[in-house]
Design a protein around this ligand. Structure first.
Ligand code: 3H9
Length: 697
């Protein structure tokens, strides 16, 4: 399509503008457009050179990820770049915004790069499970040195304009008219002998000590390389820039790229990229819904959760009042926050100045009245519905009209709190995940009467706090904890049937989680679940027996595991084993050896099943939303794409079949495939079919 790359000639210089909203990704049209612009500039004797620029906020965000997995359409980006390098006239990239991935590679095909103040240059492919596939791993080392290129490519983190110039990725930072400066550069280059393209000489590869410095940088990545195939490929490809002639090295890079792109791990990571962006679109939200400004926030409760939430606001530069019922509890909370910031300063991740600024933004106060001036109040008190209703009733009268009133409850009924407030349209859930100052997920719970404005305000503030918001509906436990409860129940049941805590945990760490459910429970404290079960009148025989025996987890030195002398990693404990065996006997459950495959399936598939119910009830709008919840709230391994994507990868027919088997085997009706799961499985569909429908709607 001609429209995506426009071509004009100004003062004898051709200007090709890539204009392909939203981010100028290198779709086939754009690649063809760049190729055509180059050919036109070369064919026109009146043109002395060409400036390549991007329209809008991006220079070029990279290859068009939506094209991956479709049959390739020529020209390949690599060919376009080779044609650019063969140009007899100077080419200059004018980079005003992001030049990511293939966008930076395209710029490396030019003879010079100029950056504007808002430019960002990076090779983020690693985050998608791939490597730069159009020369990025080979040309960047020539330009900036392999020891600097490698960490940049392996981290995927971009550099800003100033750093790009320091590194030698760009020739100059232009504060003023970037296009005019780029044209000047074309003129200068046209006046002298044309500079050699990057491929023509080895550049910094031949600098003294370059090889050793690179190998040292590679050594630092050894652990990641063992776990992430794309990191291993990146290291090898950068190494190839020393060892292979350019054409062979380019071919090897391309081969790595194709193999990684077609690997299920990269597919999962790409799914995550799009699911995250899709989650930002809130179904049913009117287009004109505007967020209210939040100049001041208040958090009720200075406990671990309340304190963590308050820190989020301070970190984002928003003044926040942290409110308690008595001065002692407040002081404890403030002390905890001060300690966390002190650790960050000690580790070097926070400056002393920033620490002081953040602490100054958190104002302690006693008594609910202190919340009266806030634009947003987040309640983070004990999980007791009656208490919360009382608080919302008061908030409804003391806060300004339009103040958004949020509860951080993990389970409880937001509609009941909304009704108690007398201003239900201002009320919603903002469910943070522990530790609240670290975990990126924010479940935003839309209650029955939540207004579009309140919802927009919560989503907007979530972004300002650098969280990933996912809008969900009201039900017990919302999306994340409701699914988690299915896993927790199976984990407990597996113990009774014969598995050890270590076997259950290993199944999940082998799956890709950082921790298994029992190690996690020990870390969080077993009393949390105990309190909830008592409130609900439910039981978990093993967990309850541990709590009754005073084994509350790491904090008591004993839980599912023993933690001798403050050890952070638990050791299997014969006392726990005996306790479990007694519980099995009391329940009349015959113990047996359980395979790791069964353990894994019984932990994961019931969650997927619950996810299907959640979709059916409309609690989550799309399967991808559920995946985002699990990725950012529970550290689901990103390369497995989230539970619903994983279900599709396994095949819903298999998931349904296994669930039926386990339902029959255990007599647990909740394990019967949910109607939606059963239907999709019978139709040979995946959850992704629902995602496509949701998008079309
Ligand atoms: C690559 O380059 C491989 C090459 O080495 C080898 C080739 C042979 N493709 O994030 P936003 C969409 S791999 C297609 O909300 P922001 C995105 O889905 C690529 N679409 O905005 C969204 O669509 P929608 C390496 C893309 O301002 C819209 O643009 N590059 C792509 O917060 C806005 O996105 C990357 O990995 C793409 N490449 O951030 C860069 N990028 O509106 C990935 C974005 O329908 N992208 N979209 O939801 C980013 O980091 C951010 O999107 C960016 C903009 C910083 C560009």
């Amino acid at each position: 399509m001609a429209g995506t790359v426009s071509y004009r000639v100004e003062d004898g210089i051709a200007v090709a503008t890539i204009d392909h909203a939203p981010v100028n990704a290198l779709s086939a049209d754009v690649r063809q457009g760049v190729q055509a612009a180059l050919a036109r500039a070369l064919a026109d004797d009146a043109v002395i050179g060409l400036v390549l620029e991007g329209a809008g906020r991006a220079f070029v965000a990279g290859a068009d990820i939506t094209e991956f997995g479709r049959p390739p359409v020529p020209p390949a980006l690599g060919e376009v770049i080779l044609a650019m390098q063969a140009s007899s006239k100077p080419l200059v990239a004018a980079i005003q915004g992001v030049a990511f991935g293939g966008g930076l590679e395209l710029a490396l095909g030019c003879h010079a790069r100029l950056v504007g103040p808002r430019a960002q240059l990076g090779l983020p492919e690693v985050k998608l499970g791939i490597l730069p596939g159009a020369g990025g791993t080979l040309r960047t080392p020539r330009l900036i040195g392999a020891d600097r290129a490698l960490p940049m490519i392996a981290s995927g983190e971009p550099v800003d304009a100033r750093r790009a110039v320091e590194l030698g990725l760009a020739a100059a930072l232009i504060e003023g008219d970037l296009l005019a400066a780029a044209k000047d550069t074309v003129r200068q280059l046209a006046a002298g002998p044309l500079p050699a393209p990057i491929d023509a000489d080895r550049g910094r590869l031949d600098a003294p000590g370059a090889r050793e410095a690179f190998e040292k940088a590679a050594e630092a990545l050894a652990r990641r390389a063992a776990e992430e195939p794309q990191v291993a490929a990146i290291i090898q490809s950068v190494r190839n820039s020393f060892d292979l002639p350019m054409p062979a090295a380019l071919q090897a890079e391309r081969d790595f790229f194709v193999a990684l792109r077609d690997d299920p791990r990269s597919k999962a990571l790409r799914h995550v990229f799009f699911a995250e962006r899709e989650a930002a679109r809130i179904p049913g939200q009117p287009k004109d819904a505007r967020a209210r400004p939040v100049a001041r926030a208040a958090v009720l409760g200075a406990g671990t959760m309340g304190g963590g939430i308050a820190m989020n606001f301070a970190n984002a530069g928003i003044p926040v009042r942290m409110i308690e019922t008595d001065a002692e509890a407040l002081a404890r909370g403030q002390k905890r926050i001060a300690e966390i910031y002190a650790v960050s300063v000690k580790r070097g991740s926070l400056t002393e100045e920033a620490r002081a600024q953040r602490l100054a933004l958190i104002e302690g106060a006693v008594g609910l009245e202190a919340a009266s001036e806030a634009d947003l109040v987040i309640e983070a008190v004990f999980e007791e519905l009656e208490l919360k209703k009382e608080i919302f009733a008061k908030l409804g009268t003391i806060t300004k009209p339009g103040t958004v009133l949020a509860s951080n409850t993990s389970y409880l009924d937001i509609d009941a709190m909304a009704a108690a407030s007398g201003r239900a349209d201002d009320v919603l859930g903002m469910h943070f995940f522990s530790p609240a100052n670290v975990m990126k997920l924010l479940e935003i719970v839309r209650a029955e009467k939540t207004s579009p404005t309140a919802l927009a305000t919560a989503v907007d503030i979530a972004r300002k706090l650098k969280k990933v918001p996912v809008v969900v509906g009201v039900c017990y436990g919302f999306v994340g904890n409701r699914m988690l409860s299915r896993r927790t129940a199976q984990a407990e049941r597996l113990l009774l049937e014969g598995a050890s805590p270590a076997e259950v945990d290993k199944a999940l760490t082998d799956f890709g989680f950082r921790m298994g459910p029992f190690a996690m429970a020990d870390l969080a404290g077993l009393d949390i679940g105990w309190r909830i079960r008592k409130a609900n009148g439910t039981r978990a025989v093993v967990a309850d027996a541990l709590c009754e025996a005073g084994r509350l987890g790491q904090k008591t030195g004993r839980g599912y595991y023993a933690y001798p002398e403050g050890a952070r990693t638990g050791q299997p404990d014969a006392e726990v084993q005996a306790l479990i065996e007694r519980a099995s006997a009391a329940q009349g459950i015959a113990r047996r050896q359980i395979s790791q495959q069964e353990i894994t399936e019984r932990l994961i598939y019931p969650m997927i099943n619950e996810g299907a119910r959640i979709l059916e009830e409309g609690i989550a709008a799309r399967p991808g939303d559920i995946d985002v919840v699990w990725l950012y709230g529970y550290n689901w391994p990103a390369w497995k794409g989230g539970p619903m994507h994983h279900a599709d990868a396994v095949g819903l027919a298999k998931v349904a079949e296994r669930l039926s088997v386990y339902a029959a085997q255990t007599g647990d009706a909740t394990l019967q495939p949910a109607p939606l799961l059963a239907r999709l499985a019978a139709e040979g569909q995946g959850f992704s079919a629902l995602a496509a429908q949701a998008k079309a709607a």
